[in-house]
Design a protein around this ligand. Structure first.
Ligand SMILES: [Zn+2]
Length: 450
């Protein structure tokens, strides 16, 4: 069944009863994905206001953790800053005691590598090609990240009982964030990565040289040449593989360590659409060996979640340059659309992007992987929501995850009712339901259904 994503401010500002009454109008939602830690994101993004939030018009995420326990006690080596107001901190406790928990399966949603962390940051943070620390990003190869999250997840399971967790931001930084910083992509050069390069056949000086060449071409506005330079570079190919292996290994270790600490925990994967994800360290074929369900966001209007406009406008100075940069962008990411930048800014990618990316996920993922297609519920009319949802349900995806609750205007709840085809359910192979837990309140796992 489908799901919907809720943010911390939805619970704190609107309250669970208001959330429950809106979600109840949707006929396909069974899972409520509850944000456990925030990212540095404007809510809603990039413009607009939170229509049904009576406390805040806009909320800027600060990369904080919202739990009823102290993460520093759980793992002192590396820990996330917590929401300072104790009355707003224990989101999951509030949800656990709510009617929402009786009607829906709650899945805590964790941003793994992006947030405001404290502790051994020198060893933990992503470092870019020029040796600068990339703000608020952890490297998947860092010495603490797996142990920290395994212990936090074990603490969550022990305290709240839910045994299915969505893990998001399992990747290297993209170019967006608080400020646009394309150089963040040219990473990571932390001590752990530097130690791993020789075994991967990567000469670090070669790598820096190749990255600076591509970056230099982009800065000079020679976009097509930048794509050619990237594709012709063996060391950049090795670097892409290194990043993918690093993320896969982190997920593999996190799954294993979490299960050591807390039996029968299942981690679901939140990834980028495959057109972009490969560059950020996501190899869906390998990742889906370690997670049986994944969600990605092939929403055409927003360019699949990437800040395409920010990237183009950063490098190109005039309209002609922007069109050329956009053509190179489409080419580089394998997006076969005959589309001008001017049109893209008005309408986004064509609707078939939803289907194309879901087809790609299906062909890359392990057989039996359950695929959720993210559907945006913001800045669109009910008719447009119907169109996007129909496309997602008609694609190779099994189901949809709507997001997000707090950003959506009131007329969108229930607008897509009746679109979910009953025959869309695929048997989930290699998936072990958690026995005996679903009937106990507060101990329900998402594992056994859907
Ligand atoms: Zn690193």
């Amino acid at each position: 069944m489908a799901g919907i994503h809720i943010h911390t401010q939805d619970v704190n500002d609107e309250g669970v009863e208001a959330i429950a009454s809106r979600i109840a109008r949707m006929d396909d939602v069974e899972y409520v994905f509850a944000q456990v830690n925030t990212i540095f994101e404007r809510n809603p993004s990039p413009t607009g206001t939170l229509e049904h939030n009576s406390v805040h018009d806009v909320v800027i995420g600060e990369g904080l953790l919202y739990t009823g326990f102290d993460p520093q006690e759980v793992y002192p080596g590396l820990y996330q800053k917590v929401e300072p107001d104790p009355d707003r901190r224990d989101i999951l406790g509030t949800l656990q005691r709510s009617t929402l928990n009786e009607s829906y399966t709650i899945v805590p949603w964790i941003n793994v590598l992006n947030g405001d962390f404290l502790g051994d940051l020198d060893a933990s943070c992503v470092v870019d090609v020029e040796g600068e620390r990339v703000g608020h990003w952890l490297c998947p190869n860092g010495p603490h990240v797996v142990e920290m999250w395994a212990r936090v997840i074990a603490a969550l399971v022990e305290r709240y009982g839910w045994r299915t967790i969505m893990i998001d931001r399992i990747r290297y930084p993209d170019w967006s964030g608080r400020e646009l910083e394309p150089r963040s992509i040219l990473s990571c050069f932390c001590d752990s990565c530097l130690r791993g390069f020789p075994e991967a056949g990567i000469d670090v000086d070669d790598l820096r040289r190749a990255m600076r060449e591509v970056a230099g071409l982009l800065v000079e506005g020679r976009f097509a040449e930048a794509v050619t330079s990237f594709r012709g570079s063996p060391v950049l190919a090795s670097w892409v593989e290194f990043r993918q292996r690093s993320v896969t290994r982190m997920v593999e270790r996190l799954v294993a360590r979490t299960r050591e600490l807390s039996a029968e925990v299942e981690l679901w994967l939140d990834v980028w659409p495959p057109c972009y994800g490969w560059l950020l360290g996501q190899d869906l074929t390998e990742l889906t060996k370690h997670g049986t369900r994944l969600k990605h966001f092939p929403y055409h209007r927003l360019g699949g979640g990437a800040d395409v406009q920010g990237f183009i406008d950063y490098f190109a100075a005039d309209d002609e340059g922007r069109e050329e940069a956009f053509r190179a962008f489409l080419d580089f990411f394998g997006l076969p659309y005959d589309l001008s930048y001017r049109r893209f800014k008005e309408d986004g990618f064509p609707l078939r992007f939803v289907r194309d990316e879901n087809d790609r996920v299906r062909s890359l993922a392990q057989e039996g992987t359950r695929v959720y297609s993210g559907v945006q519920m913001w800045n669109l009319s009910p008719a447009e929501l119907v169109e996007a949802t129909r496309e997602a349900y008609g694609s190779q995806a099994d189901d949809v995850i709507y997001y997000c609750y707090g950003w959506a205007s009131d007329d969108l709840f229930g607008a897509a009712n009746g679109l979910r085809p009953e025959g869309n359910l695929r048997p989930v192979q290699g998936h072990r339901p958690v026995q005996g837990l679903r009937s106990a309140k507060g101990l329900r796992s998402a594992g056994g259904s859907g």
